[in-house]
Ligand binder design. Sequence first.
Ligand code: ZN
Length: 425
Amino acid sequence: MKTLLKNARILKMDDTPLFIGNIVVIDDKIAYLGSMSSVYAPFDFVHDCHGNVLMPGFKNAHSHSAMTFLRSKADGFPLHDWLFDVVFPRENLLQPDDVYHLSKVAFLEYLTSGITACFDQYYFPLMSAKAAQEMGMRILLLGTYNDPEELMRLYHQINGTNDSLVRYCFGLHAEYTATPEEIAALNQAIHTLKAPFYVHICETKSEVEDCFNRRDMSPVAFFEKEGLFDYGGGAYHCIYLDDHDVEIFQKHHLNIVACFGSNSKLASGLIPLEKYRDAGLNIALGTDGPASNNCLDMFKEMTLAFSLTKLANQNADSLSAYEILKMATVNGAKAMNLVNCDILEVGKKADIIEIDLAKPNMQPLNNIIDNIVYSGSKENIAMTMINGKILYEKGRFFVGEPLENIYNKCQEVTDRIEKELQKRQ
Ligand SMILES: [Zn+2]
């Protein structure tokens, strides 16, 4: 399949300025990028961008996609009560098939927001993988098992083919839910395969205080002591890192995944983004799950990232729009080890989004990058392409299944779980 995306403003996100040109996509990869695409003619499909921006898709570096069934189910709780009283009792009733159906709704939402890859952590990860593969979503799964052999088997099985949409890595939910068996299994798998490790960390003040009370050290220091960060990785939230924690992040080149929407809504705290950037850490953005955010939108995350950081520092110049855009794209790809689709370049995977400039919020074109970050929204996503396939264009989805089926299944699962829960109470 040979596709021409023509008449575009191309933003490669490799620090080169925007330029006018065309992109040729052959199958799943970018084959050409520049002004002379005719040598590749004839094309199977031609898409005219009418001067719109083509750029790499957003990377949602932290989510729990299948938590769509808990969206707007219990808002107004702090993290601990929300997790233990609302989330866990319902998650106990999840069946593997539920995760397959529930993930699909999140994937649709990602497409509308220009998200071309997600870092997903949830129960029954192979069911999310199945949904992602069927719909064409790129997904990095995170698995926790008590058995190191099972962890390594899945790692080899899923990462065995370089071209797969689905990748697998190791990690845990958090220090406060981790069992010694899980930690031992992960330790063995991580050291055998020299693999990175990812975890929720320092999301709330009480999480850190409790860890100090239990272990006399921070969660970051604990995981380092256990050797789980020996081959890098990263952590989500990272609101309450102390100076020693930051040193550990620097030493192991750990990635920070900031989740502004979730942290604001649960009133968990504000991540000191500037401090971590100045420490030289790679910072990515994640929506977290649809139960705690509740929306899966990178424009919203970018808005919160610059608004809250500038406000906290009382400095309008503390982060540039381009830095924010990098966090949502290139830095996310780095954190997720998806270097094959981080920027627009020949040979990279064709994970491309089109930003519609023919909307009032993008006019005039004084500074297109500032327009995208400070004024952009989902309404500006004209097209989302993953692995060379257009999955979303101007409000229409091309995911091989009617939307009603996906929505109905999600509602069915949601209703069934509520009924089961009522019966048990
Ligand atoms: Zn999370």
